[in-house]
Design a protein around this ligand. Sequence first.
Ligand SMILES: [Fe+2]
Ligand SMILES: [Fe+2]
Length: 206
Amino acid sequence: MLDRLIIEFDKSLRTMMAEAHSVRPHPDGTLQEARMTDAEKKHAAALMRINHSGEVCAQALYNGQSLTARNKETVAALQQAAQEETEHLAWCEKRIKELGSRTSVLNPVFYGGSLVLGAIAGALGDRWNLGFLAETERQVGQHLESHLEKLPQHDAKSRAIIEQMRVDEAHHAETAIQQGAAELPRPVKAAMQAASRTMTSTAYYL
Ligand SMILES: [Fe+2]
Ligand SMILES: [Fe+2]
């Protein structure tokens, strides 16, 4: 357990302090920067900051979950998902910089809260743990869809990143369901939605 804690501590520092790297090419790598007004850039950057914080939360949730998960296959699935979330982090981080902005100052708070939530989900057993993963990914998918509507139409670069993330998140949800995820009770889903609303509305500005 102590080993696992040390590894998680190391991962959390890396998520927040170090620049994330992507093994896959960045989805917007071959696209041209669009001409945008300052207001459009600021809005796009704020939306990408929310997505970046969402990925910080995802990292923390999966790390928390794998800390307490019992089944080896579940731990492997969580680690695979966390690896892809690192790529999402890298894509969002780079895009925010290109848009002339910064990541959220609240990321350490989001990370800490999500790590605890993840560890609790993991402790409830693998079916619930996977159910929590599937529901998280489903909600993230819906949220990404809403961002495709909110982003400036001609910001092809940000849109390409979000499109690929949406595909990946759907795949993460599918994997969790295949591994035997339980359907979460409605109040739990609603609480998760409320928590993510708090995160998204603060990360837009902070
Ligand atoms: Fe993600
Ligand atoms: Fe995901």
